[in-house]
Ligand binder design. Structure first.
Ligand code: ATR
Length: 277
């Protein structure tokens, strides 16, 4: 296999039609004048290993993996970054020239870069963070917040055992709060994150009382449909600095694009506009 052919990349999921990644990567390929392609691929779980084994031979330099393949992709990979191990899932695979598959997870990186870009005064060390939700997305958020120096994380989830499991794993900087008490976490929090699907178009609203939100706290929502969720709208009214979730999607793609195509793309208003189109 040679990488001197036109490089191919793509995203593997099931379903995959909704993915915004093709628009995003194709925009960067065009802007940077790179002759590559990025292709959405609907692959069933039982076929994942076979497909991943074959793609390098067809000229693929790597792929993104999304729901439901993020955990399985990690187990198929030959090499795994520390952050992918910590998160327990892969979102980016690099097909190396020696034939080995290298797995990474850039979701936490994307989450942090989004806050750094859109809340430039954010100081993670300034106080506790409150995280709502304890699913797959919460793992990446928690790992990255701890990594950038948030002193303590208060975590609440409807199904408490999932939050307790994360507490066991990530340790003493995490404190679990009952879902019915979730509003109480907000009093001290300087960073507040919704990682649940609540507030997304077609999902129920987030009903956690927000009276405790501190003025000046940085508040973000992983939900980006709508861009301004009712949660962000309410936080803004209370004087918080709000950051929508679309930037996380954009920023998590940067390291992957750079590894595959050799040039680091930038996330700017044109990038956002492309994905919103
Ligand atoms: P993701 O990978 O996006 O995190 P997930 O692992 O399915 O997806 O997690 C979804 C999150 O949204 C979970 O925290 C889930 O809470 P449970 O663990 O109790 O299921 C949360 N969530 C989804 N629907 C919810 C609802 N109606 N009320 C409260 N939390 C909800």
């Amino acid at each position: 296999m040679t990488h001197s052919k036109i490089p191919l990349a793509g995203v593997i999921g099931c379903p995959i039609a909704h993915s915004k990644s093709p628009q995003l990567h194709r925009h960067w390929l065009k802007m940077l004048g790179i002759s590559g392609y990025y292709i959405p691929m609907h692959v069933e779980t039982d076929d994942l290993e076979t497909v991943l084994g074959a793609l390098p031979r067809a000229g693929f330099v790597g792929v993104n993996v999304t729901v439901p393949h993020k955990e399985k992709a990690l187990s198929i990979a030959d090499l795994v970054t520390d952050r992918a191990t910590l998160i327990g899932a892969a979102n980016t695979l690099i097909f190396r020239k020696d034939g080995r598959i290298h797995a990474d997870n850039t979701d936490g990186y994307g989450f942090i870069q989004n806050l750094r870009q859109n809340a430039p005064g954010w100081i993670p060390e300034s106080g506790p963070a409150a995280v709502l939700g304890a699913g797959g997305a919460a793992r990446a958020v928690i790992a990255s917040l701890l990594d950038v120096g948030v002193p303590e994380i208060l975590l609440s989830n409807r199904t408490r055992v999932r939050a307790d499991a994360l507490q066991q794993e990530f340790g003493r900087r995490l404190t679990v709060v009952d879902w019915v008490q979730a509003g109480n976490m907000l009093d001290e929090a300087r960073t507040v994150v919704n990682t649940t699907s609540l507030g997304m178009i077609g999902c129920p609203p987030l009903r956690v009382p927000l009276d405790g939100l501190r003025e000046g706290a940085v508040v973000t929502d992983l939900v980006y449909t709508p861009l301004e969720t009712p949660f962000l709208h309410e936080a803004k009214k209370r004087g918080c600095i709000t950051v929508d979730g679309l930037g996380m999607l954009l920023h998590q793609a940067v390291p992957a694009f750079e590894r595959w195509f050799g040039t680091r793309p930038t996330v700017d208003s044109a990038t956002r506009a492309t994905v919103l189109r």
